[in-house]
Each structure stands twice: as structure tokens, then as C-alpha cells.
Write a protein of this length. Sequence first.
Length: 249
Amino acid sequence: MKIVVIGGTGLIGSQVVQNLRQQGHQAVAASPNTGVNTLTGEGLEAALAGAHVVIDLANSPSFEDAAVLEFFPTAGRNLLKAEVNAGVGHHVALTIVGADRVPDSGYMRAKVAQENLIEAAGQPYTIVPSTQFFEFLRAIADSATEGGVVRVPAASLQPIAAADVAAAVTDVAVSDPVNGIIEIAGPEAIKFPELIRAVLAADNDPRTVVGDEHARYFGTELTDSSITPGPDAHLGRTTFAQWLAASYK
């Protein structure tokens, strides 16, 4: 099949493209770097010509509320319209577990808007909400640092390895659309401060980590159930300890 991966040069997209090509599919990595821009519509018609499946992994270049609330609905409408014109048979989108449970976050509201747009479009689709990636924990620590203190929510996360996300998205893309949601998550729930402490310790980083129930994550406070998956989630195979050990081989 010809499968177009929007955001195909990013962390997840590049692995999905590789997976698909190894399976013998014609995987096209589409991003602004390759002349395809979902926000403006540039290059979409040419990229989607003859495509059977489109995987939307694009992310907003800015996480500011106004920017994300413009990006995801606008890019989504452009992409879905181009898919209809090209006769694409399956729209796959990666979103965020629990986005609808944390409305104080502009980023999460934008992801909910993206999901609603897909569900209303009439195109065959599969939405894949994922938990946070292990690979972003260091960046989260940096964004939550004041002085020598990293202040993060005290709640639990159930993060997942990027390779497991890419494997799940690949499997969904080569399967029939479910016209619904398939949640994915890591194999274990871990307290946010424990995750950050372990990453910093592995880096020999001396910053102090504080768990604070009022600390904000993407602009919102969290509870243990805010962005953790439901009982039917598909779980990745890589534990946090395995990922951390592999990061320092």
C-alpha cells in the first residue's frame, strides 16, 4: 500500500516510515521539510495522490494555547479534505490519552478538537491516543525547572517508549479502520516525580525533584487518573527501567 505519514520525519514518524518500508509498503514521509504543510495545505494533493492510508503525526510548532488551537483544527480540516479528494481509505491519527479529562490545558483542548473533527468527517478512521513518551521526560524536567528545583505533578503517569508507539501506529495503519479509538500506553504506572528523578540520576544531574499536586503539566493540574489509560489499552513491551538502561549503553 501507499501510506503517507504526515510528520514522517519526526521521532515517531521516522520509525513508522521505517517499519512500513520493512513490511514492503510504499511509505511517504511528509512534513514541511519535504514540502508538505498541513497548516497551509501546501503539497497535500501531490503527496496524497494514490494513497491508501494517511497517518497524521503532525504537531504544532508552538505549544502556546492560541497556536495549538489554530493548528490542529486547521491542519486537520485541510488534511481530511485532501484525503476525500484523493480517495484515501483510512485516516490514522495519534492523539493523547485523557485529553478530554484536562480541559484547563489549551494543548489538550486542541487535541480533543482534532479528535472531534476526525469523528465528524465521515472518513474511515482510527484514533490512537497515547500516553507520554519516555523520550520527552528530560525536556519536561527542563521546562519544570526553577533554579535548581524541578517541580512536577505528584500524580501517576503510564509512559511508553517511542518505539512501542511507532509499532502500534504501524499495526493500526496496515489494519482495517475501527472508526473508533485504540488507546496505547506503557506497561506500568509510575509516579511523575519518580520518573524525573530516575532520568536525572542517570544523567548525573544534581537538580532536586519535588512532587507537587498543584504543579502544572501542559497548563493543568493532574490526578492519578487524568492522563492514564483505561483497562482496554494496548500496552507497550518496554518498561521504564529497560528504556533507561538502553539509553545509556
